[in-house]
Structure formats: C-alpha cells, structure tokens
Design a protein around this ligand. Structure first.
Ligand code: ADE
Length: 254
C-alpha cells in the first residue's frame, strides 16, 4: 500500500506515522508513506496557498491551483490516478467496513485541508471520496488522515505480527472484543476468570464469544443487528436481554 498525503504540514503526518507498528511496516517495505507539501506547488512570489473567500466571510480558503497541481504531478510520477480521499466533517463517517474496502487499493491519496477549506473547484476536479472521522470539527485534515492510515494499514497482510489478530478484534463480525488478561493470576484481589486458566480451548472459545456478545449488548447494542450469531448464541443474547429487563424493572421500583 502506498499512501500519498497532500498537506501543508508534512512533518506532522510523517512524525506521527513513522513510529511503532506503522513505522516498522514502512521499514519492512509493506507500506510507503509520502507527504507532498502543497506549498511547493504555489506559483505566487510569497508562497501563499490561500486567499480570502469570494462573497466575504471569515477565514481563508486554500486555492485550487496548488492542490490540483500537486495531485497532477503525483499522477505523472507514479503513472496512475489513484482515489483521492478528502478529509472533511461533511463526508461519510469512516468505519471498519470502509477501511476494509480501501485496504485493497494499491495507492491512496489523502487530501488535507486547513483554514476554511479548499476551493470547491479543486474538490470537484480531483476528489473521489469525502470522508469524516466523526461529527466534530478539527483544525485540519492531518489527524483524520493519520487515523484512517493507521486503521487501513493494520489490515494490510504482514503489518500485524500475528496474522489473525486483525481478524478477531473489535468490529470483526460486528461484535466487540472480549476482555483480555495477563500475569499475574491475582491482581489486588481480582482473579483472572477460571476458564482462561483451564487450558480447555473449546470452553475458552465459547466463553470469549459470550463475553463479546455481552459487552456488545452493554456498550454498543446498535451493532448487534448486523452480528452473525449461531442459534445458541442468539439464545444466550435473549437470556441477557431478559436479565437486563429484569434489572431495569428492579431499579425502577427502587
Ligand atoms: N477536518 C476537520 N474536521 C474533520 C473531521 N471530523 N473529519 C475529517 N476531516 C476533518
């Protein structure tokens, strides 16, 4: 996977992504991360890349030409025209499914805006996907690009040490991950669940699935509609729901 980030702050994204697991994957040649400085494509004497909005209003707008020229130069260099993801709170909200879809691309361009945004004509010309990381407004697109790159990268084969750890974690199958424990067996009087010490793999697997279902019901019940449960697991979920209702009735009586 080759990422190309069009930004006014190349050091911000490169510093953030060249560490830890993503940094190691870059060293291994599984990923490449290139930051293109949009400012390098200005034709103005003072290096300006922004100007006041037509029609008035607060703030500055990034000009179309340096953004489009940066993209066209990139396309010339790599000999293809990859998808351009524009980071904006007006976009589709990024999720695991979108990450999975994007992880099959060979090249991705992340376009990061600043100030009051980018001249609409540049967006019309080059953007293929408008993506947000949530319903809040940040000062620029760099952090959203880093979030998405981190998430997509861990789906690229070989990036995670353990090949199946990307598979079983939260959101695979629309269930949250089960709780994890490590040494010591007792911490401040709290014991590790007995089943995990039993060495009985089938029981451990059942317990983990049940914990995932329980946790999803408690924390993200909206996900359960899309979860793939066996008949047995559906019965378990119904039991949990009945218990939940009973507890609610008791607390309302008090
Ligand atoms: N730029 C500013 N806020 C954003 C958000 N929430 N998601 C993506 N890009 C943004």
């Amino acid at each position: 996977m080759n990422y190309h980030i069009l930004t006014l702050f190349p050091e911000m994204v490169l510093d953030g992504l060249n560490t830890s697991i993503i940094g190691r994957a870059v060293d291994k040649g599984l990923l490449s991360i290139e930051a293109v400085n949009i400012r390098d494509y200005t034709k103005e004497k003072h290096g300006h890349v922004d100007d006041a909005p037509y029609g008035g209003g607060a703030g500055m707008v990034m000009q179309a030409a340096p953004v489009c020229d940066a993209y066209e130069d990139l396309c010339r260099k790599i000999g293809k025209r990859p998808r351009v993801l524009y980071m904006t709170p007006q976009g589709r909200v990024f999720n695991q499914k979108i990450a999975e879809e994007l992880s099959s691309e060979e090249d991705l361009v992340f376009l990061c805006g600043h100030y009051e945004g980018i001249d609409e004509r540049a967006l019309e010309r080059i953007v293929t996907d408008y993506l947000s990381i949530g319903d809040y407004v940040l000062t620029g697109g760099e952090l959203p690009a880093m979030v998405m790159i981190d998430c997509i990268s861990r789906l690229v084969p070989g990036v995670l040490n353990n090949d199946d750890s990307a598979e079983i974690e939260s959101f695979h199958d629309n269930l949250l991950e089960y709780p994890q424990y490590t040494r010591p067996e007792v911490y401040e009087g709290m014991r590790v669940p007995e089943v995990l010490l039993s060495g009985h793999h089938k029981n451990i697997e059942t317990w983990r699935r049940q914990q995932s279902i329980k946790r999803t019901l408690e924390r993200r019940p909206d996900l359960l509609a899309e979860a793939n449960l066996t008949k047995r697991e559906q019965q378990y979920l119904e039991e949990l729901r009945r218990e939940q209702k009973k507890e609610l009735a008791i607390s309302e009586e008090l």
